[in-house]
Design a protein around this ligand. Structure first.
Ligand code: HEM
Length: 419
């Protein structure tokens, strides 16, 4: 099968090194230089298609055209994702597993998270009052780890907090690294899967009784389409799929603090304007700052799109960061401007895609978007309305190469008092 046109192609044997070297800008740089939203290259020793923009996102989320099995590279499965989790499923099996995740994200579920999270921030701020300086990234990770475990019904003692936070963080800090950091991520995953797998067994044996609506209970008791309980190792992968990304919200917490520092007029607007503005501000933080560079899938069957040929099994990357900064979709994309979301609630399904695009049910869009946004709102409230703090001199620059990107100094604050 051949299309009439040819995709622009990056010549050469393999460009994985360029991807590591250019990070978030690897796909946007080539979209710009090829003057094309789609191009072919070679990554990880295989042919790959990279694409970005609204139409490309719509195509990428068409389940008839793309699948997820075999898409995530091994190093990502060994750290970030785990094996046989929802990210790697397709069709009915995916739909059914995703329903389980969505059932945790009911209004009451999200509200329960907000209350737990607010309570953990309160306790943390209390403990900061007599400390000179705190590193926000490290503190936020611990606060979110406690919130995640409480919300998910996973027991966590004070003694375990440091280790658990460290293990969960290394899962999202390590996928794009080499050497010791990557090995630490793999090791953490092995350890955590064993621990959590044991908890699942205890729930099933009636030795541990988490609340019925908690992730630990729901996932331990979830049955697949054949009516069987999940293998305890797979259940552990899915529980970690809840805990890990909640801890990762610490990255957005850091960028939220950075936005308030970089754009001081926002502080004033957030105090004086209504709740609608807080939502717009948070959407802009998620659009503007880097998080996941791209999402990966494989072509399901040969097809042609705009006269371009997509061959079965070809690895395909959707440019998340670049789509959030696409000049075709966003006026002055590199300007931080929450007002761009004023009155714009619909029509963002394939353009504001920091947590994926398309639909939740049946699609792979992140089920944690509400929790992420609400956790950011809780933090904004503390920073704007509840506490006073100073920002010491530090290196707040962040890289568009290392993935995930975090401000270099991890945002230090000092002289913290209640307002
Ligand atoms: C920290 C901020 C977060 C970011 C930037 C983020 C980003 C993403 C992205 C890019 C995807 C993949 C979309 C795709 O494959 O097309 C995803 C999927 C997923 N996320 Fe999140 N996420 C975040 C928070 C959360 C939270 C808080 C949870 C759970 C409480 C969560 C659970 C998941 C799950 C289970 C999937 C797989 C969905 C599927 O394959 O159907 N995420 N997320």
């Amino acid at each position: 099968m051949s299309g009439l046109n040819q995709m622009p192609r990056e010549e050469g044997l393999d460009h994985s090194v360029s991807l590591m070297r250019e990070g978030y800008m690897y796909i946007p740089n080539r979209r710009r230089s090829f003057q094309s939203d789609i191009f072919e290259t070679r990554l990880l020793g295989q042919k790959a298609i990279c694409m970005g923009g609204k139409e490309a996102a719509e195509l990428f989320y068409d389940n008839n055209k793309f699948k997820r099995s075999g898409a995530a590279p091994k190093r990502v499965r060994q750290t970030l994702f785990g094996e046989k989790g929802v990210q790697t499923l397709d069709g009915k099996a995916h739909f059914h597993r995703k329903e389980m995740f969505m059932s945790l994200m009911s209004e009451e579920g999200v509200q329960r998270f907000i209350e737990i999270n607010r309570n953990e921030w309160e306790k943390a701020v209390e403990s900061w009052l007599d400390k000179g300086e705190v590193v926000l990234y490290e503190e936020a990770k611990k606060i979110l780890c406690k919130s995640a475990c409480r919300w998910a019904g996973v027991p966590l003692s004070d003694e375990e907090l440091g280790k658990r936070t460290d293990e969960l963080s290394s899962l999202f800090e390590s996928p794009a690294t080499l050497g010791p950091k990557h090995w630490k991520g793999r090791n953490s995953r092995n350890q955590m899967e064993k621990q959590i797998g044991r908890l699942v067994e205890q729930v099933r044996e009636g030795k541990l009784l988490p609340e019925e609506q908690s992730a630990l209970h729901v996932i331990s008791e979830h049955k697949d389409l054949e009516g069987r309980l999940l293998d305890s190792a797979v259940a552990a992968v899915e529980i970690i799929n809840i805990l890990r990304p909640i801890v990762a919200i610490s990255i957005y917490i850091n960028f939220t603090a950075l936005a308030l520092h970089q754009f001081p007029d926002q502080k004033e607007k957030l105090t004086s304007v209504d709740d609608e503005y807080v939502q717009m501000f948070i959407q802009e933080v998620r659009r503007f700052y880097p998080f996941f560079p791209f999402a990966a899938a494989r072509v399901k069957e040969d097809f042609t799109w705009k006269d371009l040929t997509f061959e079965k099994e070809t690895l395909t990357l959707l440019d998340l960061y670049g789509t959030n900064h696409d000049p075709e979709l966003w006026e002055n994309p590199d300007v931080f401007d929450p007002e761009r979301f004023n009155g714009k609630t619909g029509d963002l399904k394939y353009s504001l895609i920091p947590q994926g695009g398309g639909d939740y049910n049946g699609g792979h869009r992140c089920p944690g978007e509400w929790i992420t946004i609400e956790a950011m709102k809780v933090f904004v409230d503390f920073l704007i309305n509840r506490i006073s703090y100073e920002i010491p001199k530090q290196d707040l620059s962040y890289s568009l190469v290392s993935m995930p990107s975090i401000p270099n100094s991890e945002f230090k604050i000092e002289s913290i008092t209640w307002k």
